[in-house]
Design a protein around this ligand. Structure first.
Ligand SMILES: Cc1ncc(COP(=O)(O)O)c(C=O)c1O
Length: 427
């Protein structure tokens, strides 16, 4: 069993259900009974593999974790309540006051907000660099850097950095690389092969299989020696390669309480089984739509690494097996026009979220990035003229027809509007 789709369906399952159920049941129980006091002690000490309390482990969640581990080459996996929980738990296990993380300004808005607003008052410095500039990444790392954090393809800027090269820099500097692989998933980007230490995912997106429930994953690929991570030195002596997972399971994750619900694990396991087919369809649709938009006279620009004109095309082609993800962004002449298009659509849904089965559209500057000032948005490459489209698995012709009708119905373009006048309009 070596193919992704086969492992996604069969891999990691215990096949040991008492009734022979092909689909593992949902163990929706908070606590689990032990045969005697000694077993209870051993379970709490982590010396007996049994479940005690569902905030720490649960059989349905463990089954999901085992499947992800098998799919990702045997990594140590922890399922959590959301993508943000995956990111926050990981950072809190590695960094602390008077340390720093090196990352990019081009990140999912809530992640940047976590780093710059939530964690800054606790003494964590966030160093933003241009991740496409390898020299800048290397220079930003110093003795107080606890991790480098990167998205495989940034949401929503769709910037792509050379992940393998950055993993190499991190290896040389003895700093773990955390990769948010939400947008590409383990199907399109193999973090272990690239030398990434920790992969984090929002399983809410592609994996959930239709945006049923929020979930997240932390995968330690076993490539980093945790005795080089100041917060994990003692654990590394005791648990070796499992030091990070033990710190999370027995401390950070247990204490923060952002556990995955058993029902979520059930749904995400179901979603995992069809992941490959859905990604293929969504990426195929996105590529076709990018070309359609690129040729449309009302569209000023299209950002999609699948377009040969994209500065990230060659690198993406190499890194992501010839697929370019299911998200694209495009530019219209003003925020007003963006709103008019969004309002005129009949099939594509006006909603945040990405990688749903349904195509979803949003104006990032006025929604996901609303908490940032105009200047901050500019620094993050979030423009008032940009629309993000997350392409679903519908018939591509129907999505294109909806966009074509919406674009054709737009009021005619104002002419002679200077960029300065446009700036004022958005202020
Ligand atoms: C790249 C990326 N990482 C993390 C998250 C957060 O995931 P969640 O909503 O499951 O917390 C998102 C959400 O959109 C995302 O796009």
């Amino acid at each position: 069993m070596s193919e992704f789709a086969t492992i996604a369906v069969h891999g990691g399952t215990s096949n040991s259900d008492a009734h022979g159920a092909l689909r593992p049941p949902i163990y929706d129980s908070v606590a689990f009974e032990h045969p005697d006091a000694r077993s209870m002690q051993l379970t709490f000490e982590g010396r007996k593999p049994a479940h005690a309390y569902s905030r720490i482990t649960n059989p349905t969640v463990s089954d999901f974790e085992q499947r992800i581990s098998t799919l990702c080459g045997g990594g140590f996996v922890l399922a959590v309540s959301s993508g943000m929980a995956a990111i926050s738990n990981t950072i809190l296990a590695l960094a602390g006051a008077d340390t720093n993380i090196v990352t990019s300004r081009n990140l999912f808005g809530n992640t940047l907000s976590l780093f710059q607003k939530t964690l800054a008052p606790w003494g964590l410095e966030t160093r933003c660099v241009d991740m496409t500039d390898l020299g800048a990444v290397a220079t930003a790392i110093d003795g107080k850097t606890r991790a480098v954090f990167l998205e495989t393809m940034t949401n929503p800027q769709l910037e792509v950095a050379d992940c393998t090269a950055i993993a190499g820099i991190c290896r040389d500097k003895n700093v773990p690389l955390i990769m948010d692989n939400t947008v590409m998933t383990p199907y399109l980007f193999d973090c272990k092969e690239a030398g990434v230490a920790i992969e984090v995912l929002s399983s809410t997106k592609y994996i959930s299989g239709g945006a049923t429930t929020l979930g997240g994953l932390i995968i330690d690929h076993g490539t980093f020696d945790w005795s080089n991570a100041p917060r994990l030195v003692e654990r590394a002596e005791k648990f070796g390669r499992m030091a990070l997972l033990s710190s999370l399971r027995q401390e950070v994750y247990r204490n923060l309480g952002a556990c995955m619900a058993p029902n979520t694990a059930y749904l995400h396991t179901l979603g995992l089984e069809t992941l490959k087919m859905r990604i293929e369809k969504s990426c195929g649709n996105a590529a076709e739509i990018a070309h359609f938009l690129n040729d449309h006279p009302r569209v000023r620009d299209v950002h999609y690494p699948g377009l040969e004109s994209s500065q990230f095309h060659v690198l993406s082609n190499r890194q992501f097996k010839g697929r370019y993800g299911g998200i694209l962004t495009f530019e219209l002449d003003s925020q007003e026009t963006c709103f008019a298009l969004i309002d005129g659509l009949q099939l594509i849904r006006r909603a945040t979220n990405i990688n749903d089965n349904k195509s979803l559209i949003i104006h990032p500057a006025s929604t996901i990035f609303a908490e940032y000032s105009a200047g901050e948005k500019e620094e993050m490459a979030i423009r008032p003229t940009t629309i993000r489209l997350s392409v679903g698995i519908e018939e591509c012709d129907d999505i294109i027809a909806d966009l074509a009708d919406g674009l054709d119905a737009l009021p005619s373009m104002r002419t002679g509007t200077s960029s300065a006048a446009r700036q004022q309009q958005y202020a």
